[in-house]
Design a protein around this ligand. Structure first.
Ligand code: SME
Length: 152
């Protein structure tokens, strides 16, 4: 599905104050995993900056053992430190990578900023090799900017 079609649906979920924040985040995961063929695991991690750890939030896809990730470790942990998008076309080519499932071929992680601070991220795994383009990055930046408005 076209990203432009999903954007208003993201806005609708975000503005649904009848749902808790975590319910809205889960709805976003479900929307993305359902409608974007190359998104096979979609989840949020949130930073505990005192412990320098990421903690798994709402997600859809296979359960993962990696509910806590130290800053700097894996693709997610590196984004906690770099504050930048990380697009991995081939996870097998990454040294600092935490495997969650043998079916995963590629990954994209985009940070979430609240008041300029990197407070977490959206993490997407794909079973398709090299599927992510700049359109994914721009779309996920849109998602993260909207998610940031309901986090404090
Ligand atoms: N692959 C990630 C770990 C999280 S899972 O993809 C759910 C990483 O290397 O940080």
């Amino acid at each position: 599905m076209n990203f432009e079609v999903l954007k208003p649906q993201i806005e609708t979920i975000i503005s649904d104050t009848a749902k808790t924040t975590n319910e809205r985040l889960l709805s976003i995961c479900q929307l993305l995993e359902t409608h974007i063929d190359h998104y096979n695991w979609v989840g949020f991690y949130f930073a505990d900056s005192d412990k320098k750890e990421l903690h798994l939030g709402p997600y859809v896809g296979e359960p993962t053992d990696h509910s806590v990730i130290p800053f700097g470790k894996g693709i997610c942990g590196q984004v906690a430190v770099s504050n930048q998008n990380f697009v991995v076309p081939d996870v097998a080519a990454q040294d600092n990578y935490i495997a969650c499932s043998i079916t995963v071929k590629a990954e994209i992680v985009v940070p979430i900023f609240v008041d300029g601070k990197n407070i977490g991220q959206i993490d997407i795994d794909s079973n398709t090799p090299d599927p992510f383009t700049e359109a994914d990055e721009r779309f996920l930046e849109f998602v993260c900017a909207h998610v940031a408005t309901i986090l404090s």
